[in-house]
Ligand binder design. Structure first.
Ligand code: ACM
Ligand code: ZN
Length: 281
């Protein structure tokens, strides 16, 4: 009804502590693990899914199979980011996998992991998209990339013919403060890098703003983190490159603030939109 397609993300092999807490045997060490106390920072853990155990893949295929039934999207996001390799380095099963598959190291094991899951996803008529770490050690054919550690990974992937969504921390991270990324900065983001050959520009599918809710959890906190800068990123996402000056857009955002208020959205008083103090009125 709203022309929105939801793409679910199932993180692997890292950022999987919640799954490991319930199924510790899917880790390298066997656990036990707990998600408490909740993360106050990035939430990167040494314990990740074991790449040496067949159970890991049986589990992922079962979970993904359920996800395919719930979400009709063409893409399934499989994460791939921020997976420390310390456990894999000392796990006999992971090391055996490296040997058996003729891999160089743990980075190639991650690539093998993603490729295996990618083949499963493709066998169900879907495509994978993952964070730019999936470029390390070789990218499976047909995979799309979400570029978050800058735009370089996305530029490299698009140059190699992969589809890309740009989402760099420099402009697109709405868990960051407005001091780092205000509405004007979000609005100023250019998702198609200048150095990309024009013939490859069509591989830049678009952009995405990220909001991770493990630190700002309360609805009013989320409202302020996301609004009004989401208007800036949305404008950038659906506009042609020559999209006019900031001042005109700023006035339109100002005019839109009462609408946000009427919807009960507790937006942030962003100085780049309303230069004087305030902004609630
Ligand atoms: C990410 O922010 N770890 C994708
Ligand atoms: Zn292992």
């Amino acid at each position: 009804a709203r022309n929105i397609e939801i793409v679910p993300e199932i993180e692997m092999p890292g950022h999987s502590l919640a799954a490991l807490s319930c199924y510790p045997k899917l880790s390298c060490t066997g656990g036990p693990f707990s998600i408490f106390p909740f993360f106050k920072g990035p939430g990167i853990t040494r314990d990740i899914l074991c790449a040496g155990k067949e159970e890991t893949f049986a589990f992922l295929e079962k979970v993904l199979g359920e996800v395919f039934e719930i979400f009709p999207s063409k893409y399934i996001h499989i994460g791939g980011d921020e997976a420390p390799k310390a456990r894999w380095k000392t796990c006999p099963k992971c090391q055996k996998r490296i040997q058996d598959e003729g891999l160089q190291d743990e980075e190639e094991l991650q690539s093998w992991f993603i490729e295996r899951v990618g083949r499963f996803v493709e066998s169900r008529g879907k495509r994978i998209i993952g964070w730019d770490e999936i470029l390390q050690g070789g990218l499976p054919a047909g995979a799309a990339v979400m570029s978050w550690r800058g735009v370089e990974g996305g530029t490299a992937a698009a140059s190699a013919g992969h589809d890309v969504v740009m989402s760099p921390t420099s402009h697109c991270y709405f868990d960051y403060t407005y001091e780092r990324i205000d509405t004007r900065r979000a609005w100023s983001f250019e998702p198609v890098p200048r150095e990309l050959q024009p013939a490859r520009a069509r591989h830049i599918l678009g952009l995405q703003a990220n909001f991770w809710s493990h630190i700002n959890r309360e609805p009013e906190e989320v409202d302020a983190q996301v609004f009004p800068r989401l208007l800036g990123i949305a404008q950038r996402g659906w506009s042609p490159k020559s999209t006019g000056a900031w001042e005109g857009f700023r006035r339109r955002v100002q005019a839109h603030l009462p609408h946000l208020e009427a919807m009960g959205i507790r937006y942030y008083s962003d100085e780049s939109v309303v230069p004087t103090a305030g902004g609630e009125e």
